[in-house]
Design a protein around this ligand. Sequence first.
Ligand code: MG
Ligand code: MG
Length: 247
Amino acid sequence: MRRNAEELAKMRKAGRVVAEIHEATRAVIAPGVTTMDIDRAARAVLEKRGAGSNFLGYHGFPAVVCTSPNSMIVHGIPSASVVLLEGDIISVDCGAIIEGYHGDAAYTAPVGTVSAEATRLMEVTEASLYAGIDQLTPGNRLHEVGRAVQDVAEAAGFSVVREYVGHAIGTAMHEEPQVPNYWPGTPGPTLKEGMVFAIEPMVNAGGTGTVVLDDGWSVVTSDGRLSAHFEHTIAVTDNGPEIFTIL
Ligand code: MG
Ligand code: MG
């Protein structure tokens, strides 16, 4: 679906709030901090900006951010009993609603000093996100996003998660069509000015396998290896991709 200038202006505002949450949550990440502390920092930004949360209450999700450490890929529930340790990596995914329009973005950050493999996984995952974003130009086809993400991740010897994908976004967080982070086997729709997508590669250090834990939310790698997640909300414009979820 294509958004008009007024809608895009609202999505730009929502994206900016998400970027502020990223800044505020990055600032609290350190050894000894709990994932509940990250949720608290995010809530403070939502409150300050008068923004709604598209995570809180989503299918019953109890927090405004997902916090997914180490081998957890996505959808981790913030908890006062999950303490970040030196050498961990932590994925933080969050969103905001302004005047009915949604933003959604994620990052993975180091906790103190991390392994060379963890650093490279984060760098490659973020690079794969930007390779995907570069494909968001009018006239291109949506499957080129996934192809570009997959090329970057696999060239580095990593793998791309199949079960969880990106999505269009607007008056709901998850709108059709989905945006796979891999070549889906069939061509995607043609991109047009005014379309908005959340592109979100989840890249595993090992294999593609995923497992959902007993809490019904937390998704982890089946081989226990690390996973990283980067996401932005981006509009297709005649001047190239416009990332909404940055300051
Ligand atoms: Mg997200
Ligand atoms: Mg998303």
